[in-house]
Write a protein that binds this ligand. Structure first.
Ligand code: HEM
Length: 466
C-alpha cells in the first residue's frame, strides 16, 4: 500500500513538473476556443448573429484575446489580432480556399486567389513586375484622362444638385482601372459600362443558391458565359492591336504568361474584381470623411496647391510629396475598415505564434480590421484623425499595426501602389476644382463584407472653387 502511495505521489509530481516546465519553456497549444459542440456548422450561427465575419472577429478577440480559435463550419481556424502575432506569421504564403470558396464560381478554379505553393509564387513573381513603382508610371495619364471626363461631368451639374458619390467614384475607378490595366479596348465609356453590367449581374446571382439544376444556377451559368465572352473579346482586341514596347500593361503580361485559357480568364476576372471594388470604396470613404471633416478637406486642398499648384498633374514623382493626402487615404482606409481580413495556412510544420503552437495545416485569419480599431494602438479609434499617420506620430507604432493590404509571404495585395496613385490623381483633380459637402440628414454606417461599404449611397453637393 505504501509503495502504491509513493508511486502515485511520484507520478503526480512528474505530471505537475512536466505541465509547469511545459508552460514555462515550451509553447501552449492554442486554447482560447470559441467552440460549438456541433461540427456541422461550427461557429457559423455566431458569425450570422454577429452580422458579419468582421463583427464576429471583434467579439471573438474581445472575449479571448489576441490569439483565438473558432470553427468555420468543419474547419478549425486560428484568428490573430495583434501586430506581434501578425509578425510571427509573416512568412506564410498559401491561402486557405475555404474562406473564399463562395467566390470560386466567378473567379474560377485557376484564379490567383486560390493558387498555392510554387505555382502561386511563380504567378506573383510574373504579375508583380507590372505593379512595380516603375511599371505604373504609364498609368497616371490614363487615370488623369478618366478623371478629367468625370470632373467635366460634375462641372456641368447645377450647383445645388445632389451628387451620389458612390455612383461617381465607381464609374471613375471602373474607367481608370480598366483602361490602364486592360488597354484601349476600354478607351470609351461604353465598354466599361458593359463590363460593369456583366459583373453586377453575375454577382447578384452568385448570392443565391446556384447549385446545379436550380433556376439560379442556370442563370448564373449564362451570365458567366456572357462575362467570359466579353473578356475573350477584350483579349482578342489586344491580340489584334498589340501595344508598342513602352505601352505594355498588365493584360499583356497575363496573355504572355498564363498557362491556359482558363487561367487567363480567371485572372482577368480576379484582378478586375479585386481592384475595382476596393479602390472605388476607398475613394467613396475618403470623400465621405473629408465632407464630414471640412478642415481636413481644406488641408488637402492647401497641400495640393503648395506641392503641384493649380495645373500640374500628379505623377510618380510628386505623388511622394503629397504627404498629408496619403495620411488622409490611410486614415480613411483605417476608419472604414476597408478590407477587414486576410488569411493564410501553414502547410509545412507546426509553428509558434506568441507562445501558442499552431499545428501544421491550420488556417489562420489575419484580423486586419480588429487591429485597425484597437484602442491601445489608436486612441479614440472611431475618430477620423489623419495626423495619426504623420511620420512623427507613426514612427513609434509597430509597423504591423496598419497592414490594410495584407502582408504575409510576399503576397501583399499587388495593387496597393495603383490604389494610392489612382486615388491621388482623382483627389488632386477633384479637390482643386470643387468643394464637397454632405447633404444633410444622412446616416451612414459601415456594412462589412470582404470589402466594407457604406450602408447607403452617399449624397453630396459640389461647389466650384475659384
Ligand atoms: C484600397 C484598395 C485595395 C485594398 C484595401 C486591397 C486589399 C487587399 C487585401 C487585404 C488582399 C489580401 C492580401 C493577403 O492575402 O495578404 C488583397 C489581395 C489582392 N488584391 Fe488588393 N486591395 C486594393 C486594391 C487592389 C487593386 C487596385 C488591385 C489590382 C489592380 C488589387 C488586386 C488584388 C489581387 C489580385 C489580390 C490577390 C493576390 C494573391 O492572391 O496573391 N487590389 N487586396
Amino acid at each position: 500500500m505504501a509503495a502504491l502511495v509513493i508511486i502515485a505521489v511520484v507520478l503526480l509530481v512528474v505530471v505537475i513538473a512536466v505541465f509547469y516546465l511545459g508552460t514555462l519553456f515550451g509553447s501552449k497549444q492554442v486554447s482560447r476556443r470559441c467552440n460549438r459542440l456541433t461540427t456541422i456548422d461550427g461557429n457559423m450561427p455566431d458569425i450570422t448573429a454577429a452580422g458579419s465575419f468582421h463583427e464576429f472577429l471583434v467579439k471573438l478577440h474581445t472575449k479571448y484575446g489576441h490569439v483565438a480559435t473558432f470553427w468555420y463550419g468543419k474547419t478549425h481556424f486560428v484568428s490573430l489580432a495583434s501586430a506581434k502575432a501578425f509578425k510571427d506569421t509573416n512568412k506564410l504564403f498559401d491561402r486557405p480556399a475555404v474562406l473564399f470558396e463562395f467566390m470560386k464560381p466567378l473567379f474560377g478554379e485557376e484564379s490567383i486567389q486560390y493558387a498555392s505553393g510554387e505555382d502561386g509564387k511563380r504567378r506573383r513573381h510574373d504579375y508583380d513586375q507590372l505593379f512595380s513603382y516603375d511599371a505604373i508610371k504609364n498609368y497616371y495619364n490614363k487615370f488623369q484622362e478618366a478623371t478629367d471626363a468625370v470632373a467635366a461631368k460634375i462641372e456641368s451639374l447645377a450647383s445645388d444638385e445632389h451628387v451620389n458619390i458612390t455612383e461617381y467614384m465607381s464609374l471613375l475607378v471602373l474607367k481608370a482601372l480598366s483602361h490602364a490595366t486592360y488597354g484601349d479596348f476600354f478607351k470609351d465609356d461604353e465598354k466599361a459600362i458593359t463590363m460593369l453590367r456583366h459583373y453586377e449581374t453575375t454577382m447578384a446571382i452568385l448570392n443565391q443558391d446556384i447549385s446545379k439544376n436550380t433556376e439560379a444556377g442556370q442563370r448564373f451559368a449564362e451570365a458567366l458565359e456572357a462575362w467570359h465572352d466579353f473578356m475573350r473579346a477584350m483579349i482578342q482586341h489586344r491580340r489584334d492591336n498589340p501595344p508598342s514596347d513602352d505601352d505594355w500593361t498588365f493584360i499583356d503580361v497575363l496573355m504572355a504568361k498564363a498557362s491556359s485559357e482558363e487561367e487567363l480568364l480567371s485572372d482577368t476576372t480576379g484582378f478586375f474584381i479585386a481592384g475595382y471594388h476596393t479602390t472605388a470604396f476607398m475613394m467613396v470613404w475618403t470623400l465621405y470623411y473629408m465632407c464630414e471633416n471640412q478642415e481636413v478637406q481644406e488641408k488637402v486642398y492647401q497641400e495640393i496647391i503648395e506641392v503641384i499648384g493649380k495645373d500640374e498633374q500628379v505623377n510618380h514623382v510628386n505623388l511622394e510629396l503629397l504627404k498629408y493626402m496619403r495620411c488622409v487615404f490611410d486614415e480613411s482606409i483605417r476608419c472604414s475598415v476597408l478590407a477587414p481580413f486576410a488569411a493564410r495556412v501553414n502547410m509545412n510544420a507546426d509553428m509558434v505564434v506568441q507562445g501558442y503552437t499552431i499545428p501544421k495545416w491550420t488556417p489562420v485569419v489575419h484580423a486586419l480590421g480588429v487591429v485597425q480599431m484597437d484602442d491601445e494602438i489608436w486612441p479614440e479609434p472611431e475618430r477620423f484623425i489623419p495626423e495619426r499617420f504623420l511620420h512623427e506620430n507613426a514612427s513609434t507604432r509597430h509597423p504591423f499595426s496598419f497592414q490594410p493590404f495584407g502582408f504575409a509571404g510576399k503576397r501583399k495585395c499587388p495593387g496597393y501602389r495603383i490604389a494610392y496613385a489612382e486615388g491621388a490623381v482623382f483627389l488632386a483633380t477633384l479637390c482643386r476644382k470643387f468643394k464637397f459637402q454632405m447633404v444633410e440628414g444622412q446616416t451612414i454606417e459601415r456594412k462589412y463584407g470582404f470589402v466594407t461599404i457604406p450602408s447607403n449611397d452617399i449624397w453630396v453637393t459640389v461647389t466650384k472653387r475659384d
